[in-house]
Design a protein around this ligand. Structure first.
Ligand code: MG
Length: 486
């Protein structure tokens, strides 16, 4: 029987919890220690940042080392106050310890660009792009010489990207240095081992034809993510090396205020950061259009996937997920036509990467999809479970779908109630039954979610550093999730 699952309850799964820490913490052992170590040394590139419009360089005025000093244009001198190192964490570092920084973590046009002690925050991460722009990872805004100024002393701010010459910069360190300088050696990462994936029968195979079961974690809704765990390259490498993580899911919120529909540049920049990090770390990445009513913004979804497929579809790392969790709407007349539109947009640019299709009723209706599948190649279908709410009756639907020939991917699960565990409980025996079922059927998974708070699906405790090192920060169902990634 279908469990009552009001939309409000489901929505709460995704919001920052406000309840206190509960008993789930004591019900599970703390997992300590490290797994195999794969070291990828990032080589820093040194660069001046020279304005195309001005011919002048970004500098720290007066060679100041004071936190909060706003950077400005000045004749290029090659001095230390004009020399920036691009780091593996996408920072632009000056003097070895200070980083180019969005003042106050600001994400609005006009935010001053300053120097500050390097702290790994998303406001200190930058994408150096092939089109000459330098975009803030957190804001999606462009590094901008104020008022299109070209004179010495013109202050540098964040501004809406316009493509104008006061937002174009030449860098001697190259573009996107973190992806070009840190690609790990062959054979040492999940992507190096498995390469391009494809659907084979009802499961997933790698380039050699061997069956693959990917295991990893999902981000929190990116529009609510703070301080940016899923967007941090060091954290991704740490999860790969200590948790045996093979895939990360970038859950790009769509409908809430501040998410994709209202702030597309920021949302897309966050996703692109995670894609670039996944390339650098050699892990797979699911691009998740994290929506509950995506069929109401179909043209935006088609444009989004069309753009990203054109630019990233050649990468073996990328897996597309066009519709996280449709609600209780018709598969045949609403969801399937949406999928067909998005699939054909992706396939116009990317003929082969796997696409995982959301199913009715919070992605529990895989049996409905099985009765009328979407046509195309390398398509999989989404099944979500939360083990305090969903048991063998939902696995039976999964079995029905598999018997009908569908390949399934569990892009979200929790050892919790369907609301994400606002009561703090975990249901580990039922979760173990699901783990066993997924292993037996070669069903890949990403667990909900890389975030802090009292909900039992929050994997981290408050205070967890943004860059990894979380052995003493596991929370809720995290020890169970981590144990099963290995
Ligand atoms: Mg491809």
């Amino acid at each position: 029987m279908e469990p009552a699952r009001p939309a409000l309850t489901d929505a709460s799964r995704h919001r920052t919890p406000i309840r206190p820490l509960l008993a789930a913490l004591v019900a599970v052992p703390v997992l300590v220690g490290t797994f195999l170590t794969v070291i990828s040394t990032a080589s820093a590139a040194t660069t001046a940042i020279k304005g195309v419009g001005s011919g002048r360089c970004v500098e720290v005025p007066g060679s100041s080392q004071t936190n909060g000093t706003q950077v400005a244009l000045r004749d290029c001198t090659g001095g230390a106050n004009q020399t920036f190192n691009t780091t593996s964490s996408r920072q632009l570092q000056v003097y070895g310890t200070k980083c180019l920084n969005a003042a106050g973590g600001g994400t609005t046009a006009g935010t001053a660009v300053t120097i500050w002690d390097c702290n790994g925050s998303a406001g200190q991460q930058w994408n150096v792009n092939t089109d000459g722009t330098i975009r803030g990872v957190q804001s999606g805004l462009c590094l901008d010489a104020t008022g299109a100024g070209t004179a010495n002393g013109t202050l540098i701010v964040l501004w809406t990207c316009t493509g104008a010459s006061n937002q174009q910069w030449t860098t001697t360190g190259g573009t996107n240095p973190t992806t070009t300088t840190t690609t790990p050696p062959a054979g040492t990462t999940p992507v190096a081992r498995h390469g391009q994936l494809r659907v084979c029968g009802t499961t997933m195979c790698d380039r050699t034809g061997a069956r693959v079961q990917l295991r990893g974690v999902s981000s929190f809704w990116l529009n609510w993510e703070n301080p940016g765990y899923s967007q941090n390259l060091s954290a991704l490498r740490w999860m790969r090396d200590n948790w045996n993580l093979q895939v990360i899911r970038a859950a790009m919120g769509v409908e809430p205020s501040g998410a994709y529909l209202s702030d597309p540049n920021r949302a897309r920049a966050q996703v692109e950061t995670i894609i670039n990090n996944a390339v650098a770390a050699g892990v797979y990445v699911i691009v998740d259009y994290h929506a509950h009513e995506a069929h109401n913004s179909r043209s935006q979804a088609v444009a989004f996937f069309s753009d990203l497929a054109r630019r990233y579809g050649h990468l073996p790392n990328v897996i597309w997920e066009p519709y996280n969790e449709p609600l209780q709407v018709s598969w045949t007349s609403v969801i399937k036509p949406y999928h067909q539109a998005v699939v054909s947009a992706i396939r116009a640019a990317d003929p082969d990467n796997i696409i995982v299709l959301g199913t009715p009723n919070w992605s529990q209706g895989v049996d409905q999809a099985a009765a009328s599948p979407v046509s195309g190649t390398n398509l999989m279908y989404t099944l979500h479970f939360y083990s305090c709410s969903h048991g063998s009756w939902l696995r039976d639907r999964g079995n029905t779908a598999i018997r009908a020939g569908l390949a399934l991917f569990v892009t979200e699960w929790g050892a919790s109630h369907a609301d994400g565990g606002t009561d703090g409980r975990t249901c580990l025996p039922e979760a173990q039954a699901w783990i066993d079922w997924m292993r037996a059927n070669g069903v890949s998974w990403t667990a909900w979610k890389l975030h802090t708070g009292s909900d039992s699906t929050n994997l981290l405790r408050a205070g967890a550093p943004v860059s990894g090192g979380w052995s003493n920060y596991l929370h809720g169902h995290a020890p169970f999730v981590v144990a099963n990634m290995r």
